[in-house]
Design a protein around this ligand. Structure first.
Ligand code: WT7
Length: 655
């Protein structure tokens, strides 16, 4: 079957960087030329400039055994030293590393000197618990400074962390602990979410309990942060309070150098089906690309910027752009524990105003939920400190991009739409804010030093103006090094499709426009086939979001006797529109609208107005479940849903 994807939606707005921004930008156009002249030399130079190597590398890339890459492999470094000590040694210890804001409103200001000291103490505690090079530590914490300190302490020892998002169940935690063979778990009594103290420690107890299957958990100790003060069950042999152990530990700790390819972390990603994959990242290449992309994509000025990435530390975005990239670059950041809507929907904007956030990096799902609530909420706050906006996680519909720019960015700040994955470790496709003329809805160009193409099923480039499969054609420094414990699955999942060409297949559909700019079209599994036309979910969703009534939309292909598949849309309306007009007749209007915007072939057979959409805990729409509803089937596995009630509400609304 052809993998080409038809193109139906056009977006013609363009935004050039201001002259002032372009003239002062950290990343200029010469980066593309340098990288094109010699990719490996380019990365070697970035690495030497951005990272302190205890032992300098001489090898850059070893690709003698593809797809198993080694970067800078005769070099040695300590990742935590690069994020902490070296800034203190350079006299920048008083710089704020984090403005922490807890959901209840408690705050902490943490300098680089303080964070460095804390990490040294935690490293000593973990050493006493027997953690050393090559071990794994599971981290199951809320978004509090101890989470950052835990990651860095594990990294400092040359061990690998496996962060499990705090919203996952005891069973998910146990399977991740088992798969990684974790020795220690770092957790908290609980955390604050939506105004309530939620618990974490009981899930750890349950995860580690004897299940009567003769399999003992590999965990020997549990280090527990006191966050909420709620009662917890205690196992004297196993459990240790963080505040006891860390306070009495020595604040002296020398960072030892480890080889560049020493594992840094495992992060589980569920993919669409089956057992979660433990994505493995290593040290030198990962840190190089995280630091380089953070600096150049966000135009970072560490002495004056306040950077805020809203992602939880349980996702790769939190790893690369709340911990490793920003700290390696010596940035000042905001860290926020709770939800955007507590105690009321303007909480994020209050935080931006309070700390003078200058660079704000978030997900389209958040932008669309703010669109739903209405612009009056952010407009009550002073957001004038913002000078750059970033988006990640899903395609951002052009209308959401415009809203983000106008309402949050005062209509004049650059937006960087950054495409990457847990597997890629760091940003791969993005505008450079002082160079690229931006197009709402497009991630646009491969980063300097990154080789991307859009190809057909044979691996042949589709060329400008056509859609197909997104591939990475050359190895990159922060690429995954494998799936923990399963090299065959690594090869099968990512490298088999284009084995003869040696391309990494990302699972996404994409289109190159006439200028060669890249537009992400959603997962290829979600592409619809309507009367022989292959349509992407993203383009039809963008057309729906371009209607004044719509805040968010999800479309799926449902079996249809005449057209093979038919487009079925689920739509969330803006509250302001609902107040003024109500939903009457709107489904029909939206069908007509899509037909007029992008042609009859894409016109939805059905439009359902719903209050919510099914999303994963990281905010991605789960179209598979909507397909079940659209085809009148019983709804499939909802375990990965953030809110399992959503599907029964939708099923009811559709009936
Ligand atoms: C998938 C990876 C990257 C960190 C967060 C998600 C989708 C991500 C974009 C973007 C269109 C995007 C892709 C990708 N995605 N960023 N800017 N435009 N799609 O990491 O959970 O591993 O998900 O997210 O489908 O494959 P992840």
């Amino acid at each position: 079957m052809s993998q080409q994807i038809d193109h139906v939606f056009d977006e013609n707005r363009r935004f050039v960087p201001s002259e002032e921004f372009a003239a002062n930008a950290i990343a200029g156009p010469e980066l593309y030329d340098e990288a094109a002249a010699d990719r490996e030399a380019f990365w070697a130079k970035q690495s030497r400039e951005l990272i302190d190597w205890h032992k300098p590398f001489t090898n850059v890339l070893d690709w003698s055994n593809p797809p198993f890459a080694k970067w800078f492999d005769d070099g040695e470094l300590n990742v935590a030293y690069n994020c902490l000590d070296r800034h203190v040694e350079a006299g920048r210890g008083d710089r704020v590393a984090f403005h922490f804001e807890g959901e209840p409103g408690d705050t902490r200001t943490i300098t680089y000197a303080q964070l460095t000291e804390e990490v040294k103490r935690v490293a000593n505690v973990l050493t006493d618990l027997g953690v050393g090079r090559g071990d794994r530590v599971a981290i199951y914490l809320p978004m509090i400074p101890e989470a950052v300190a835990s990651l860095l302490a594990v990294a400092r020892l040359g061990a690998a962390h496996s962060v499990v998002f705090g919203g996952f169940s005891a069973d998910s935690l146990r399977s991740r602990i088992d798969d990684a063979g974790a020795k220690v778990v770092i957790t908290a009594d609980g955390g604050y979410r939506k105004g309530k103290a939620t618990s974490l420690k009981p899930a750890v107890d349950q995860a580690l309990a004897d299940r009567g299957d003769g399999e003992q958990a590999t965990v020997q100790n549990v280090l527990v942060v006191k966050r909420t003060g709620q009662d917890v069950d205690w196992n004297d042999e196993r459990d240790i309070w963080w505040h006891d152990a860390v306070a009495t530990a020595s604040a002296e700790h020398e960072a030892e150098a480890f080889p560049s390819e020493n594992p840094l972390f495992i992060l589980y990603t569920s993919g669409t089906t089956g057992k979660p994959k433990g994505i493995l990242h290593t040290s030198g290449g990962y840190l190089t690309q995280a630091a380089f992309t953070h600096r150049s994509v966000f135009d970072l000025r560490p002495e004056s910027d306040v950077f805020w990435c809203t992602a939880d530390i349980g996702w790769v975005t939190g790893h690369s752009y709340s911990v490793y990239g920003p700290l390696a670059n010596g940035a000042t950041q905001v860290l926020y524990e709770g939800t955007p809507e507590y105690p009321e929907p303007g909480r994020w904007w209050d935080i931006i105003e309070k700390y003078g956030v200058t660079i704000f990096y978030t997900a389209p799902t958040a932008v669309r939920s703010f669109m739903k609530q209405g612009r009056e909420i952010p407009q009550k706050r002073d957001l004038s400190s913002i000078r750059l906006l970033g988006s990640v996680g899903e395609p951002i519909n052009p209308e959401a991009w415009m809203w983000f720019r106008e309402v949050i960015g005062a209509g004049d700040v650059p937006i960087v739409d950054t495409w990457w994955q847990t597997e890629t470790g760091a940003i791969m496709i993005s505008p450079l804010p002082g160079v690229t003329e931006t197009k709402p809805g497009s991630a646009q160009v491969a980063m300097p030093g990154i080789a991307i193409d859009v190809v057909d099923e044979k691996g042949e480039p589709v060329g400008d103006g056509a859609g197909g499969l997104l591939v990475v054609t050359e190895p990159w420094p922060s690429m995954l090094r494998g799936i923990w414990g399963d090299p065959d699955r690594f090869v099968d999942t990512y490298w088999k499709m284009f084995a003869d060409k040696g391309y990494y297949f990302a699972g996404d559909g994409a289109r190159k426009d006439e200028d060669g700019d890249i537009w992400l079209l959603g997962r290829v599994d979600d592409v619809m086939n309507v009367s022989g036309h292959r349509l992407s979910t993203t383009e039809i969703e963008s057309a729906l979001v371009a209607h004044e009534a719509t805040a968010e939309a999800a479309v799926v292909g449902a079996n249809d006797e005449t057209t093979g598949q038919a487009v079925v849309a689920f739509v969330i309306l803006k509250e302001s529109f609902l107040k003024q007009h109500g939903p009457e007749g709107l489904a029909q209007d939206l069908r007509t609208w899509v037909g007029a915007q992008i042609g009859p072939i894409a016109r939805p057979r059905d439009v359902f107005i719903v209050n919510e959409l099914p999303k994963t805990r990281s905010g991605k729409i789960m179209r598979r479940l909507l397909r079940d509803v659209a085809e009148g089937r019983e709804v499939g596995d909802t375990q990965t849903l953030a809110d399992t009630m959503v599907m029964s509400a939708i099923t009811k609304q559709v009936k």
